[in-house]
Design a protein around this ligand. Structure first.
Ligand code: ATP
Ligand code: MG
Length: 413
């Protein structure tokens, strides 16, 4: 049986395979080895699409017909949600969390089989440290539905450690810090080139930890603090002679991009229409109605993500979204205030993991800092504060987990 490695990330996914002792990645149709973990069901079609191809098709259909169908991001975050039963998708019926993930994985499997010219019946899948039982079992089922007969899990930071130790000159006690889109994962592990081929590394793992918060949560904080007021948050309206605050359940749905879709129902839209005439900020209520009616949620969150990434290099960035007349400048200082609590949680999870491993920062010989969100300056600084800059190694932010999974897959038969 042939195995492939898959890093099914909250934001980005990759598939990998070792050939002739070299790691190879599956190319997506746009040529990229990493593509957004996005699933797209066009309105009138039985087909579905993933990655940048999905985004491109969605935006074209939205422009041409005013309704793009269903675009789903961050589907990995649905896996741990016990309350999530299924979602109805036109043309597909009820899709459970595992069905959705399976739809993504099955296309990735097809790409891999086409590129490498062989069938993959086994998969080595990464999983975050913070991932409850239901999430693991759903992810396993999803892989089975996608056609993988054997599913092997590796903790994502352990996979990143494996990719590192194969090239390391000596055994070391290292700490992997992987701050991605949905989760921040930490692992203290003893690396050893000699033991790297061993199927069971449990004895080398000193502690694992982390939190369910990473890059997506930073976007949600920007939305909450800077954009939500432009959609009515904090405004008031009059009803039966009383002054009332803008409804909080509407603000709640605004804070995560995938919840914005939930506002597209008659009840919420009628509420907004009835609030608008007596609102003290009718133009903001109008902007929210435009956001909902034109399905701008995805593009707005993309604009937020772009601005956030700029703030890793510049002291100021602008969330620009001209269809809604938005241009919000954010200074790095403000951004760091907005995300302070999240950054503190991530820092605390690193310290807690060291404590659980009964080691001090000084005992750690090497830190592998990876995941897209590790580039956020305040998060980067807190890792430096704990360990010192000299020990920190930054393997590729987006492919280090997938590299380890590819090597792990190559050892299974
Ligand atoms: N230059 C940057 N500065 C800040 N954040 C960034 C930068 N580049 C990417 N990101 C963020 O990194 C996140 C994606 O990172 P990554 O691909 O490591 O996550 P993932 O593996 O998909 O998620 P997870 O491992 O949590 O399931 C996104 O939230 C993205 O906005
Ligand atoms: Mg990741």
């Amino acid at each position: 049986m042939r195995f492939i490695g898959i890093d099914f990330g909250t934001s980005n996914s990759l598939a990998s395979l070792v050939e002739n002792d070299r790691i190879n990645f599956v190319n997506f149709p746009d040529g990229g080895i990493s593509n957004p973990t996005i699933l797209y069901f066009p309105a009138k079609s039985k087909q579905h699409y993933i990655g940048n191809d999905a985004v491109r098709r969605y935006l074209i259909n939205l422009e041409e017909s005013g309704s793009g169908g269903r675009l789903m991001l961050s589907i990995k975050t649905i896996l741990p949600e016990a309350k999530f039963d299924y979602t109805m998708v036109a043309g597909f019926g009820r899709l459970t969390a595992e069905d959705l993930v399976a739809k993504f994985l099955s296309i990735l499997k097809q790409f891999a089989e086409k590129q490498f010219g062989e069938q993959f019946d086994g998969v080595v899948l990464g999983r975050p440290v913070q991932f409850n039982e239901i999430a693991v079992s759903r992810l396993e089922k999803a892989a089975q539905i996608a056609g993988f007969k054997t599913v092997v899990f590796w903790l994502e930071p352990v996979a990143a450690a494996l990719a590192y130790e194969m090239t390391a000159a000596k055994d070391e006690l290292i700490c992997v810090v992987d701050i991605g889109g949905g989760t921040s994962d930490v692992c203290v592990i003893e690396t050893s080139a000699a033991r790297s081929a061993s199927p069971d590394r449990l004895g080398d793992i000193k502690a694992i930890g982390g939190v369910y918060e990473a890059g997506d949560e930073l976007n949600a904080q920007i939305m909450k603090h800077r954009l939500a007021p432009r959609f009515g948050a904090g405004s008031t309206f009059k009803s039966l002679g009383k002054t009332l605050p803008f409804p909080s359940h509407i603000i709640y749905k605004l804070s995560k991009w995938h919840r914005i879709n939930l506002l597209n129902n008659r009840g919420d839209k009628e509420t907004l229409q009835s609030i608008r005439p007596s609102s003290d900020r009718p133009e903001d209520v109008e902007r929210l109605l435009n956001l909902i009616n034109h399905h701008y949620g995805f593009e707005l969150f993309r604009a937020i993500d772009v601005a956030k990434r700029h703030l890793s290099d510049d002291d100021e960035a602008i969330v620009k979204f001209s269809p809604l007349d938005l241009r919000e400048a954010i200074e790095i200082k403000e951004f760091e205030e907005m995300i302070g609590a999240v950054a503190e949680k991530i820092e605390a999870s690193i310290l807690d993991t060291l404590t659980a491993a009964s080691v001090k920062p000084n005992d750690i010989e090497r830190v592998l800092l990876t995941g897209g969100t590790s580039q956020v300056p305040v998060i980067n600084r807190s890792v430096i504060k704990i360990f010192g800059a000299d020990k920190i190694l930054r393997p590729d932010y987006f492919s280090s987990v997938a590299t380890g999974l590819g090597y792990a897959a190559s050892r299974l038969k």
